[in-house]
Design a protein around this ligand. Sequence first.
Ligand SMILES: [Zn+2]
Length: 838
Amino acid sequence: MQKLLIVESPSKAKTIGNYLGKEYQVLASYGHIRNLLPKSKGINTDTFEMNYEISPRNKKHMDAISNAVKKSDEILLATDPDREGEAIAWHIVEVLASKKLVGTKKISRIIFGEITKSAIIEALNNPREVAQPLVHAQQARQALDYLIGFNLSPLLWSKIRYGLSAGRVQSPALRLIVEREKEIEKFDSLEYWSIHLDALKDKAKFTSKLTILNNQKLEQFTITSAEQEKKIVGELLLKSSGKARVSRVEKKQRVRNPTAPFTTSTLQQEAVRKLGFTTRSTMITAQQLYEGISIEEGTVGLITYMRTDSMSLSNEATTQIRNYLESNYTNEYFPQKAIGYKTKAKNAQEAHEAIRPTNIERTPQNIKRFLSDQQFKLYEIIWKRALACQMSPAVFDAVSIDLEVGKGESIFRATGQTLKFAGFMSVYLEDEDDSKNNENNESKLPPLEVGDLLDVDKIIGVQHFTEPPPRFTEASLVKTLEEFGIGRPSTYASIITTLQERDYALLEKKRFVATDVGKVVIEFLTEHFENYVDYDFTANLESQLDDIAADKKNSLTVLQDFWGVFIARIKEKGDLDRTKITQKEIGENCPKCEKPLLSKLGKRGNFIACSGYPDCDFTRSSNGDLPQEPKVIAQDEASKKDILLLIGPYGPYLQLGLPIDGDKLKPKRVTIPPEIVLADLDESTAKQLISLPRDLGIHPETGAKIIANIGRFGPYVNHNGKFKSIPKSENIFEITHEFAVDLLKPLRKIGVNPDTKSSIDIYKSRFGFYMQMDSTKVNLSKDTDLDSISLEKALKILTKKAEEEAKKKPAKKKPAKKKPAKKKPAKKKPVKKKPAED
Ligand SMILES: [Zn+2]
């Protein structure tokens, strides 16, 4: 007789089948095998008994399992190690029992957090029974979602629009998006100024910022107009008489620790930020890596289970990572003791491991040819993050200095920091959402001492505008949901997908914008069902589900408590007036008949109509989102279009002409850099700005173009993909070809590779110095004497590095742009292209 092992997915079945001998048959259920009965038959709201039917889609798979059970004497339920997996196992046993197929057969549940041979053998040696608390927790979640959806949706149909639905965890998530939208709508951008002093020490120039003016601390809104700024700058110039004195020097070391290995939430956030994935594509790709990929050694699960909120690593995994570090890095790159990470999740039973590679020796480069582009990119960040989490902290040397002018009643502050030791940052660095802090950026100050008298190069004011809170990205939404305790590892991606499928929110430039209908639904729920869009209420319900899973709470009590209050509210709200929900006065009268105008929710969002309808038929569209009346600044000679000045929620910008309906291309827009004072923005500056990028001619050595442009981090020049920031002291429209060539020049030319004629040079980067030959770069440590590196030595190091590149390449922040050579044909899912940065 055979042993039968049951899992939920065919690819997982295939991987496990390859590990186990002929005595095992492995079959897949293809997901959940049973659904709740439709409509009110699904749940008896007196007893909370749940009634299921086999889903038509899974019938043939369940039949195959039933037939195999007849021929087996032992059945092993090996579905995924979480509540969903436990529930699937339970349903399978229930169906088999109802068919009287189990009888005296031995049935057990086995779990493993990674699909590797050793993990499966280990699991086979530790069988257990199906854990009822986990099953109950999954059922209680299903019941809550079903009861809310089934009873609240019809109310939305009769009060707002047919076909709408309300989800238990989607609604609070939508409320986050809608509330953010409201904050942005009512946001007034305010003007403020900062004052900067550029000082010279010998020939080194550095900039500092005014913090104390005439013995008063400078606040954000101390200076709010150009007139004020001009006056203050004038006074400061006069008082300084061209000199500033160093009054304080403070040196500190700053340490930055590595981040914990990935959980579901952090993996989704980083895949969105770094790779441009969606949360959904992240989970699909992670599942493929978890369930098994065919590589040289056979089909293997490459990562541990991808639905987890645990940050811990097994001792074996930690040891493996440390061994890898020991044989590939010098001792300073990893601490003497392993680094432990504490998990916030409270369910010990479900405490899986963090997401990590099943074998750290399988480097991304080594298995690249077996992976799709998406699989490779995701595996690479998982691998790097797991490695980095056991590495030494990065160390920065930070300096803060004060410069006083006049008699010391006004003080400017400059800060600088240099990376002393990159540690884990040489492998992996976590990105941040909408971060304005550049705590890892390098900015160097010359050596200074208290009492030094410096020459003032200039004192200038810089205009700023306050910005509204940014709209949520998929990454920041997942992060916020996790912080609020809404949703769990298994639900973040589905929350986000559902919001878009229901047209409640859409992604514009990768950021969530609530639709009109989404706003009306949230307004309705907030007013009449406040609990069900309340963040604390939802988080509390989630934690009650956790308690059920931990066998600390009875699911019946949780459901009864919820249901009594909820159904009473549904009944109470049955006779609300529909028009009050979908129509709002806008405080303006009809130009035709003088009656009040209303904003009404129509099929394609809100529109404005007369309250006198049907007697008066006045309507107009409600384009409330135009920022303001655009101001014509100049005319573009090439296109003959107007150059318009607009102020958006993110400050002022220029736009070339108005968008024409039906135009696929949005009009060209250019952000006005903060150095340009709006009041001084004249025709010629506007024309220059809209004409960017600027062509600076051909590089004398390579023959390739040099371009100047303004990007997210300010003005830069670009040549052959090499970017160099234009120093703040220079004007992007005035820099010359010679200046750009000079800026692009390496710090030192070491020489030329005699075989390939490729030049070998030393450059400076954010993190220090590096040598480069073609695309191969090698970082130089801080204490390297840059002048003493010989061509032979550089050539040897770089050639070795180039050869080894496939094996162990220290991480760069951005994944390589080159497409991997594809051995396997792409899967059906189209690979989403990462859109260009805007
Ligand atoms: Zn009217």
